[in-house]
Design a protein around this ligand. Sequence first.
Ligand SMILES: NC(=O)c1ccc[n+]([C@@H]2O[C@H](COP(=O)([O-])OP(=O)(O)OC[C@H]3O[C@@H](n4cnc5c(N)ncnc54)[C@H](O)[C@@H]3O)[C@@H](O)[C@H]2O)c1
Length: 343
Amino acid sequence: MRIDNPTIVYGLQNLDSSVLNQYSKVFVLTDLNTSSKCLPLLKSSLDFDFKEITVPDGEARKTLSTVEQILQRMIPADRKSLIINLGGGVITDMGGLAAGLYKRGIDFINIPTTILAMADASVGGKTGVNLDGYKNHAGFFSNPKMVILDTSFLNTLSYRQLLNGFAEMIKIGFIYDESLYQQLKLLKGPKNVDYSILKLAIDAKLKITDKDPFEQGERKLLNFGHTIGHGIESVAMDDSPDSLLHGEAVAIGMLAESFISMKMNLLSEEDFFDLKDFVVKFYSDIISYVPNFERISRYLISDKKNTFSGINFSLPISIGKGKTDLYPSESLIRESLSFLQSL
Ligand SMILES: NC(=O)c1ccc[n+]([C@@H]2O[C@H](COP(=O)([O-])OP(=O)(O)OC[C@H]3O[C@@H](n4cnc5c(N)ncnc54)[C@H](O)[C@@H]3O)[C@@H](O)[C@H]2O)c1
C-alpha cells in the first residue's frame, strides 16, 4: 500500500485559495501561541471562512484527551470538512490524528510554524499522541493533502525553538544526506534557515518515506538520535513538562548514538568528532541534561521500535549514511551517557 505524498507549497502567496472552496467546512486548529502569533498572518494572506479550534500548547497536552476535545468541537460537521493544522509538530501530529478519526477520516492540510514541523513533523505521514508519558505511542500513518510552508511564521519563534528544529535537520543530513549536512554547517545558524535548505531537508525525508512509508526498512534511519533521545525526553517530561524540547533531546541522542557507533567501529572517529563539534557549538547548554542509565532504562526498554532482539538503534556509519536494526550492548549505552556527562 502507498500513501500519496502531499503537495508542498513554498510561501502562502503561492497557494490558490480556491482549493479550500471544495470543502463544506474548514477548521483551523491552533494552540494558544499560534492562535495569537500565526493566525493573523494566515488570515491576512488568505480569505476564507473557518472555525478556529484552539488547544493549550506544549508536549504535555499532546494526549488522546486533547484529541477528543478537538473532535467534540467539530460536531456536527460532515465528512467533506477540512482541518488546517496551524502550528508546530504537536499541532500537526494531533490534528492529523483528529482528521483521521473524525467520521473515519477527513482531509487535512498542515501549515507548520516551527522549523521542526516544517522540516520534519509536517511531512512523512506520521500522526500521534503520547500515552502515559511514552512518546507517540498512539497514532497512525496518514498524509495531509497539502503542506504549506511560510518562513515568515518563524519570525515570532524564540531562538531556543529555532534550535529545536535545527537539530532534526542535522539528523536528516548526518544519517542520510551529506550535502544537506554540509550546507547546514555553512549556515551561520538556525536564524538563516530559508526555503532552499528546508527544501533539501524535506526532499531527503520524502525520498526515504516514499520508499518506506510504514517504517519497515530504510525509514528507520530517521530514528537516529531518537532511541536515547526519546528516553531522555521522557525523563525530562517526568521532571517538568517542556524542561527539554524534543529537538534538544534528539541533539543529545545523536551524540550518544554516534558515540556508540564509533565504539562499534561503524563510524570513524573523524566523522564522530565532526558531528560532536557541530552539535556542541549550538547545544552546549543542554548537554548537561544527561540522566544516568538507571533513569532512562525503563523508557529505552519500552521503546516502540524494539524487537525481541533488544533495544533497536539506527546508527550512522559515515556522514550521510546509516544502518538500521542494530542492538548495541547495555554497557555501550551506559558508556555513551558517561561520555556525554564528561563533556
Ligand atoms: N510526525 C512526525 O514525523 C514528527 C517528526 C518529528 C517530531 N514530531 C513531533 O513534533 C513535536 C515537536 O514539534 P515542535 O518542536 O514544533 O513543538 P510544538 O508544536 O510544541 O511548538 C513549540 C512551541 O512553539 C510555539 N509556536 C509554534 N509556532 C510558533 C510561532 N511561529 N511563533 C511563536 N510560537 C510558536 C508552540 O505554541 C509551542 O509552545 C513533538 O511532539 C514530536 O514528537 C513529529
